[in-house]
Design a protein around this ligand. Structure first.
Ligand code: TEU
Ligand code: CA
Length: 555
């Protein structure tokens, strides 16, 4: 397998609004991030993925960009950005930018032009369509509720928006759009950034003829059927030829509804498209009949199967990204571990072990390294995310579900769970801000915060630090093959990693809140324990405590 720096890296995702506020306006900013680089250096990560910091009216917290070459003044200036980049580079940390080019903001100059007239030179930058029988051109629903089409009075046509109506979809079939996007990407590359995380890149090529989709009840899902459209690989190969291949970049495509087969193409080892993809099979396991809105937890046996299928499916042919958290996902401790103070920290470590010992590039989302948890929402006015807010309205109106039944489901899965401020210390504002935070701070910041974890050698932080160090030191962890053991065991997540030269390791994670026994295979009995989450326990005695995890390398 070809070795590259991004296959040996650990990435840390920053959601700038919620990371560190340097000027007391309650919103995190670029200077705040620069001030925390030493913290990230201490954690040991190699790459920062920065969620969008561009100019934006913020209908979707910056995933609606009105100027790709300007910084949102709430986050600072271009000088602040340049400083962050050079300070990060000075510490050996790379920066990957979020690239949101499936859509722009409706306030982007291209769209402002496009909507002016049917003959405007920018008209075909977006996807416009005449009404069909007086209504929307087809039955597609948007990801944030309601139809994916918005009628525009000025020209009497609809435009497509797979997300919010303030996020019109770009028309990638138009070569001028591709030129403009590639130009902009090249501009950022020349600034010296180290790569791109590409927002919903699997959606850029819409199906020919824009046909109706099977609706399964009509809610959501419109965008789902646009995934992996007819020309997506062509467009990415063109992007690769014209921009990516000219620089030494890491690229990760957020690929809604990608499969192992399609990711083999997107992230192919020949390097003709992207370095890797984010796939979501594992994140969909705790959904219910109302899409993701459900209080269900991630079931272990199906999780093991999904992870194992991706590990073995891409091995040698493409490259995996490894993640349990991002700014769209609730906190993993709530989904897979325990928030009971007795088990929270150990379960966070157990979860981390199960992911960080796999093949692929691991991603840590801000606060995950502390074992942060979901927010205890009590009322609707505590939500900030347009997706959650719209879902309350649409589901109660369309499915007749009662508020009492719906509230806990949205509270469990809302994207806002990930977006509460980073917990730096037990002081006012959790050390995140001296002002009023834009979204509630989790009240558990007095217990769970950076300052206390830095002092505690057994903290979740120090456990992540060690996992990162192990990866940096081990070819076997970076490049070894994967084999799932005990696939049907309801409590234990056990796998081995191995290389052709005989090097081999065993990862054991007990996800149960009760003790278990497990006989360690003979050849690992004299092995070296690389890490364990219950210090002092003899891992070779054949017993496992609740959430106990360990890794043994054969010697
Ligand atoms: O997300 C796209 C996506 O498919 C999701 O993860 C989506 O937010 C989730 O399924 C909703 O439940 C990306 C960004 O990560 C997200 O923050 C943006 O809102 C979205 O694209 C639009 O740009
Ligand atoms: Ca600020």
């Amino acid at each position: 397998m070809k070795k590259t720096w991004w296959k040996e890296s650990v990435v840390y995702q920053i959601y700038p609004r919620s990371f560190a506020d340097s000027n007391g306006d309650g919103i995190g900013d670029l200077a705040g991030i620069t001030g925390k680089l030493d913290y990230l250096k201490e954690l040991g990560i190699d790459v920062i993925w920065l969620s969008p910091v561009y100019q934006s009216p913020e209908a979707d917290n910056g995933y609606d960009i009105s100027d790709y070459r300007a910084i949102n003044p709430k986050f600072g200036t271009m000088e602040d950005f340049d400083r962050l980049l050079s300070e990060a580079h000075a510490r050996g940390i790379r920066i990957v930018m979020d690239l949101v080019v499936n859509h722009t903001s409706d306030e982007h100059a291209w769209f402002v032009e496009s909507r002016k007239s049917r003959t405007n030179p920018k008209r075909d930058y977006y996807i416009w369509h005449d009404p069909v029988d007086g209504h929307e051109p087809n039955n597609w629903g948007s990801c944030f509720s309601g139809p994916a089409w918005q009628y525009d009075e000025t020209t009497g046509q609809y435009y497509l928006h797979l997300f919010h109506k303030k996020q019109p979809d770009l028309n990638w079939a138009n070569p001028a759009v591709r030129d403009a996007v590639f130009d902009m990407m090249d501009w950022w590359c020349r600034k010296g950034i180290d790569g791109f995380r590409m927002d919903v890149i699997s959606l850029i090529s819409k199906p020919d003829g824009l046909p109706d989709f099977p609706t399964d009840g009509g809610l959501y899902g419109g965008w789902y059927h646009c995934a992996n459209g007819p020309h997506v690989h062509e467009y990415l190969q063109e992007m690769n030829r014209r921009v990516l291949s000219k620089y030494d970049l890491m690229t990760v495509g957020e690929c809604s509804a990608t499969t192992i087969e399609t990711s083999k193409q997107y992230a192919n080892s020949e390097g003709t498209e992207l370095s890797m993809t984010f796939s979501f099979d594992h994140m969909g396991l705790d959904g219910g009949k109302d899409y993701k809105w459900s209080t269900k937890r991630i079931p272990l046996v199906p999780l093991k199967k999904v992870m194992s299928d991706w590990q073995t499916g891409l091995d040698g042919k493409a490259w995996n990204s490894l993640f349990y958290c991002n700014h769209d996902q609730p906190r993993i401790v709530d989904r897979l571990g325990s928030t009971d103070p007795k088990y929270r920290a150990v379960s966070a470590k157990c979860i981390a072990t199960s992911l960080h010992l796999m093949q692929g590039t691991p991603y840590i989302y801000e606060g995950e390294e502390l074992g942060m948890t979901n927010y205890p929402f009590r009322s609707i006015d505590e939500f900030r995310d347009v997706e959650s807010i719209n879902a309350f309205k649409e589901l109660t109106e369309k499915t007749g579900i009662s508020m009492e039944e719906l509230f806990p489901k949205i509270a469990a899965k809302s994207r806002d769970n990930a977006r509460t401020p980073m917990q730096w210390n037990a002081g006012p504002g959790a050390g995140f801000t001296t002002g009023t935070p834009w979204i509630g701070i989790n009240p558990n910041y007095t217990e769970i915060n950076v300052e206390s974890e830095l002092k505690d050698p057994d903290s979740v932080f120090h456990y992540y630090q060690k996992l990162i160090r192990l990866r940096h030191e081990s070819e076997l962890i970076c490049y070894g093959h994967f084999e799932l053991l005990l696939p049907d065991d309801p409590d234990l997540f056990v796998y081995r990693r191995y290389l052709e030269d005989g090097r081999e390791l065993l990862t054991v994670c007990n996800f149960a809140e009760h003790g278990r026994t497990l006989e360690i295979p003979e050849r690992f009995r004299d092995g070296r324990v690389l890490i364990q989450d219950i210090p002092g326990h003899d891992v070779k005695d054949g017993t496992l405590k609740p959430y106990e995890a360990y890794v043994i390398e054969k010697v």
